[in-house]
Design a protein around this ligand. Structure first.
Ligand code: RIB
Length: 308
């Protein structure tokens, strides 16, 4: 029998304020959208919920404000059977929110106001040290302060816990952090920014992977949406095409991909097998609207017979 993976997530907890709209507006333009929804989100919380629905024991380390959204999001973590002992509640700051527009084509545009997420400190991360050191995988992203991410990664390294860093939203990262990462999962734009500091750079995927490897990252897995995934398997660069599905909304696809990748590796899969599993999970995610409303359960993934 496969042991139940234990996953520690250090990251953001947001309420998503979502408007479905015929298209994404241009800068300076006002357009009429359609419906409005409040949906639990945040890259950290999305990863935690995805991991829990896929069968892992999960704890999240993060912060919310002492407000209505904070309370709703804590209830949501409870419902999803996620340990929230390491979530701090701050009275003087609002819970993180994301303003999201989703077009009829399933594209999105997201602006995050981090609020309480930026209250996360290395000291607060250390409160979750007991959980991190017992975990199979640490999942981190960049919607919380970098010194908190750094501390989580330091603890994980000290206890030989595998680290998956999703560098979103993209920012420059010091080599001292990159060399502690087992798997880095940028999309192509984030990969370009990390290597050349320039999103319009002509650098190709293989060059991005090689540059990040030179900076000390063990494995680089570049998610390319409908184009698939490129990654290094030891020294070889490989590519896996994407599943062909009806895209409703891509929000949280990256988050569910990361959670699934970690769980599959914790269950003993090879990197290629784990990416294939994560691709299924992400494919199911994009077929549904919203962040945590779209994250699939293990049975759905096991039954998924998508085509590439
Ligand atoms: O990755 C999707 C998430 O990004 C959304 O849920 C939103 O909260 C932002 O953090």
């Amino acid at each position: 029998m496969i042991k139940r993976p234990k996953v520690a997530v250090v990251g953001s907890i947001n309420m998503d304020l979502v408007i479905s709209s015929p298209r994404i507006p241009l800068a300076g333009e006002t357009i009429l959208g359609k419906e409005f929804f409040t949906i639990p989100g945040g890259k950290g919380a999305n990863q935690a919920v995805a991991a829990s629905r896929l069968g892992a024991e999960v704890a999240i380390i993060g912060c919310v404000g002492d407000d209505i959204f904070g309370k709703e999001l804590l209830d949501q973590l409870n419902k999803e059977k996620i340990c929230r002992n390491y979530v701090s509640v701050f009275p003087d700051v609002s819970t993180g929110v994301a303003s999201i527009t989703v077009s009829e084509q399933g594209e999105n545009c997201i602006v995050v106001s981090p609020g309480a997420n930026y209250k996360l400190t290395p000291e607060l991360v250390r409160k979750g040290e007991d959980f991190i050191k017992e975990a199979d995988i640490l999942l981190v992203q960049l919607e919380v302060p970098l010194d908190a991410v750094d501390e989580a990664v330091r603890i994980a390294n000290e206890h030989q816990v595998k680290v998956i860093l999703n560098p979103a939203p993209a920012k420059e990262l010091p080599q001292s952090l990159l060399e502690k990462i087992d798997i880095l999962t940028p999309n192509e734009t984030e990969g370009k920014l990390l290597t050349t500091q320039w999103v319009d750079s002509n650098i190709d995927v293989e060059e991005i992977i090689r540059s990040l490897q030179k900076l000390g990252v063990k494995n680089v897995v570049i998610t390319q949406g409908g184009e698939g995934v490129s990654y290094n398997d030891h020294h070889e660069i490989k590519h896996l095409p994407a599943y062909q599905v009806n895209v409703v909304d891509t929000t949280a696809a990256g988050d569910s991909f990361n959670a699934a990748l970690g769980i599959s590796l914790a269950e003993g899969a090879s990197l290629t097998e784990a990416i294939q599993f994560a691709q299924k999970v992400a494919a199911l995610t994009v077929t549904q609207f919203g962040a945590q409303t779209s994250l699939p359960y293990r049975e759905q993934v096991d039954q998924f017979k998508g085509e590439k």
